[in-house]
Ligand binder design. Structure first.
Ligand SMILES: *Cc1c(COP(=O)(O)O)cnc(C)c1O
Length: 870
């Protein structure tokens, strides 16, 4: 029978155990071990049956059980204590509060996906996990963030395998009532609503669900509501589902609807309005247009012009790009954007102006496309990549937007990603840290104290983590084989898959081509020899989902799984279907080595290796993303990369062979060697240790935990965001908003004047005096630049001399800059600018002169993309 109507009955908790409700409702439990241990201890069987989901768990407990719990004094005391602890956590001052009034009161964080916990599957990969970690670390540090996203009816797909190893996808539908969410309601009890007008008189309505991630509220918009037609209901049906119009409507809802949702949230909860807006990847970029719409609204006391609203909006917006892969960037047809905006999405905003934001009007751009990343950069005064190398790559990738500037001057900085330590350290490591590092909690581990721990204790811990993983692998493998159609009788071998004393290497991530899942199969015979090595064998645990539309990715999975199916090696190499947060939390800690072999430099940052490191795993990776800046020679291994001029085939050959060599000659021998060398051991040059502990390996583990622990933490990342991006954006936003946006209006007027007048700006002539026949270090040189400014004034510009070592092609390197000052008004808009330069190095020396716009509101010299080079 099918129900004609359904509703969810909430459990009513007896007074004495009422705090269980808030402990289950706030997602802090997902990284708070004492809380999850409490739920476990209430009823271990029911806890496992609920999938370790507190909301489902409480829903499954009977009334009798509840009243029994309520009578158990010790449990009641524990519940009350944890309830009080949560209240304290939510209200006490934390790091951010030490900044006082010198920081934004509220920051909006937009992302299309959030990976917070396995019970809220609203993520597909790294971007989502990162967003989840960002919110959690913000909560721990007291950063007043509000997350904004979409609620997908069927998050990302679940992966299984067919008999012939082809990826199968299913999309289990989620019931929001069974998730740790509450519906945002108006005072009269009706659901709060966001409404966007659509073409042909249709509309898109969304409800707003609230999740509490510790102190951070997360607002998720859901279009599956009454009042929407079928198509509108399906806008949020799947994460990154569909293409074209559906994708565009998801992004309109996320960006424009997201700002509307924030306004409703402010009104209903009294939360301060966000003073900084942080948009992640291009997907949420329309938020900037909604804010422009607000500022241009004709019903305001003094509505702004487009330029003024754009100036004010950008000042406090931060854009983070997360991909160095051009194909990873969303682009729409210009006509699509026109179609939707003409329907009245932003009535006071001219559609033609919207189109300019995403226009690819640079060399190699496509005039018919609307580029979301380009819009993100134009709508945000500050932008960053997610690792140092990714910053370099992004500056190159988007340099077309700043013609005339050296790539190094493109205004995109970087903040290296991090991982939320309390989420990603194994409970065994957390206990270990409490015991040995004297840390009160995993929030603040004194990582360097790992050096005081006995090698044998570290080694015993690693073995336990490896064994836990192996138990999990055997179970998953068996259930995967059953889904593939095998009978129990055929599966006895799975009980002996993997060995708790063999070097265990992990590889798990999404399966886009550039991550090269199958690089390890380049020479199957060599891989086989490594797996079956008589003295130093390795074993591999592999997982990853391919995008459903990516045939090539699915083929790679199939090739790999077929290899793992071979009875000769299947005890040493496994592929586990349905990589997700739950699997990851056992996988990272259980692997001794974390392998990563992307095509450099296509991995923006990568965070799985960081999660491995905080659990005492060693990284074996191409020098890409975070590893490029954090590999130090003693915390793992770098897989050398081939030259960029090698063909893709040659690259794979060279890099695979380097990988095999490293494994065979360095990684495996070190893992199995119990020889103590100087320094690592107590006594003389080198001797065999009799405790069977690989001391050199353990030394690398300790070095990794002590040094990478603090460096890869999401707390470090959040603090970087606050000081490098949120505070400066907030200051700029405050400045722009001063006296009812007078400053923004002045800036906008100045920008228009500069844009209009720039074509007349020109360096007409440059000469220098003071250089002798054979100049020496320390000599100084006076540079005179005759500059024509047209209608602009000398106060509008900076005239700079750039000098340094001149290369053979006249390119300057090691460039230093000095300002020239106006020394004579030559009439008719012409000026002489002069200044001195000291020659500071020997060898070839060169200089040039350029004119740039100058204004207090500019965050960088290159911001406007205007420069007149000599
Ligand atoms: C950490 C993590 C990722 C991202 O890993 P990368 O190294 O950035 O590819 C993806 N999925 C899950 C489940 C993760 O835990």
């Amino acid at each position: 029978m099918k129900a004609i109507r359904r509703f969810t009955v909430r459990t009513v908790l007896p007074e004495s155990i009422a705090p269980l409700g808030k402990l289950a409702g706030n997602l802090r439990w997902s990284w708070h071990l004492p809380t999850t241990r409490l739920f476990h201890d209430l009823d271990p069987t029911a806890w496992e049956a609920s999938g370790q989901d507190p909301v489902a768990f409480l829903g499954s407990v009977t009334r009798e059980q509840l009243s029994q719990l309520a009578d158990n004094e010790r449990l009641v005391a524990r519940i009350q204590e944890l309830g009080d602890d949560l209240d304290r956590y939510l209200s006490e001052p934390r790091w951010y509060q030490s900044l006082g009034a010198d920081a934004p009161r509220s920051i909006a964080y937009f992302s299309p996906e959030y990976g917070i916990s396995a019970v809220l599957p609203q993520y597909s990969g790294g971007l989502g996990i990162l967003a989840g970690d960002h919110l959690k670390a913000a909560s721990d540090l007291g950063v007043p963030l509000i997350g904004v996203g979409l609620l997908y009816q069927a998050g990302y797909f679940k992966q299984s395998l067919s008999r012939d190893a082809w990826q199968q996808e299913t999309y289990p539908v989620l019931d929001p009532d069974g998730l740790p969410l509450t519906l945002l309601r108006e005072e009269d009890g009706t659901p709060a609503k966001v409404v966007l007008p659509l073409p042909a008189g249709r509309q898109l309505i969304a409800h707003i669900w609230r999740a509490d991630v510790g102190r951070v509220p997360l607002l998720l918009l859901d279009s599956n509501v009454a009042g929407n037609d079928e198509a509108a209901r399906n806008v949020t049906d799947r994460l990154y589902g569909g293409g074209g119009d559906q994708r565009l409507q998801q992004e309109l809802l996320l960006g424009m609807g997201g700002v509307k949702a924030l306004r409703i949230f402010e009104r209903l909860t009294g939360t301060p309005a966000p003073e900084v807006f942080h948009t992640n990847e291009g997907h949420a970029g329309f938020l900037g247009i909604e804010r422009i719409r607000e500022l241009m609204d004709p019903s305001n006391a003094s509505p702004m012009s487009w330029e003024e609203a754009l100036t004010a909006g950008r000042s406090c917006t931060v854009f983070t790009t997360h991909t160095p892969v051009p194909a990873g960037i969303d682009r729409f047809e210009k006509s699509q954007i026109e179609h939707f905006f003409d329907a009245g999405l932003a009535p006071s905003v001219p559609t033609a102006k919207v189109l300019t934001l995403g226009a690819e009007n640079y060399v190699d751009g496509d005039p018919n496309k609307f580029n979301m990343a380009v819009m993100g950069l134009r709508l945000a005064q500050r932008a960053n990549g997610v690792a140092k190398l990714h910053g370099v790559v992004s500056r190159g990738m988007f340099s077309g937007l700043w013609p005339g500037f050296d790539t190094s001057e493109v205004p995109i900085s970087s903040v290296t990603n991090g991982v939320h330590v309390p989420t990603w350290v194994d409970p065994l490591i957390a206990d270990f840290a409490r015991e040995h590092f004297g840390a009160e909690s995993v929030l603040d581990p004194q990582w360097s104290r790992v050096y005081d721990v006995e090698d044998s204790d570290v080694w015993a811990l690693r073995r336990r983590l490896r064994s836990n993983l192996i138990d999990d692998v055997r179970q998953r493998l068996r259930s995967s084989w059953k889904k593939r159609g095998a009978a129990d009788a055929e599966l006895a071998w799975t009980n002996n898959v993997l060995d708790p004393d063999v070097l265990t290497i992990g590889f798990a991530r999404r399966v886009p081509t550039y991550k090269r899942l199958t690089l390890m199969l380049r020479d199957p015979a060599r891989l086989k020899a490594l797996l079956l090595h008589p003295d130093n064998p390795i074993q591999l645990v592999i997982a990853g989902k391919s995008h459903p539309a990516d045939e090539q990715g699915k083929r790679m999975i199939q090739d790999l799984v077929r290899f793992t199916d071979d009875p000769e090696v299947r005890h040493r190499i496994v592929f586990l279907p349905n990589y997700d947060i739950a699997m990851a939390r056992t996988l990272f800690p259980g692997c001794d080595v974390w392998l990563n072999n992307p095509l450099r430099p296509l991995e923006a940052c990568g965070t799985s290796g960081m999660k491995s490191a905080i659990n005492g795993g060693l990284n074996l990776s191409v020098l890409d993303g975070w590893w490029d800046e954090m590999y130090d020679g003693d915390n793992g291994w770098a897989i050398p990369t081939a030259n960029n001029d090698a063909s893709p085939e040659e690259r794979d050959d060279i890099e695979a062979s380097a990988l095999y060599d490293l494994l065979e000659e360095q990684v495996a021998p070190r893992f199995y060697s119990t020889v103590r060398s100087e320094g690592a051991g107590a006594a003389g040059p080198s001797e065999l240790s009799h405790d069977g502990v690989p001391h050199q390996w353990v030394a690398m583990i300790k070095h990794t935990m002590a040094n990478l622990g603090p460096a890869v933490s999401a707390e470090r990342m959040l603090q970087d965001y606050v000081s490098h991006l949120y505070q400066p954006a907030w200051r700029a936003g405050c400045l722009a908003a001063e006296s009812n946006y007078t400053a923004a209006k002045h800036t906008a007027a100045w920008r228009s004047r500069i844009n209009d007048g720039w074509s007349a700006v020109q360096v007409e002539h440059v000469d220098s005096v003071g250089v002798a026949e054979d100049p020496q270090i320390g000599d100084s040189l006076t540079v005179n630049a005759y500059v024509s400014l047209g209608a602009l004034s000398p106060d509008d510009v900076a005239v700079e001399v750039a000098y340094g070592r001149a290369l053979d092609n006249d390119e300057l390197s090691e460039v230093a800059l000095a300002d020239l000052a106006v020394s004579e008004n030559l009439g008719a808009g012409r000026y002489l600018f002069s200044g001195g330069v000291t020659i500071d190095h020997s060898g070839s020396f060169g200089y040039t002169v350029r004119v740039l716009p100058k204004h207090v509101s500019l965050a960088s010299k290159s911001e406007l993309g205007l420069v007149a080079n000599a």
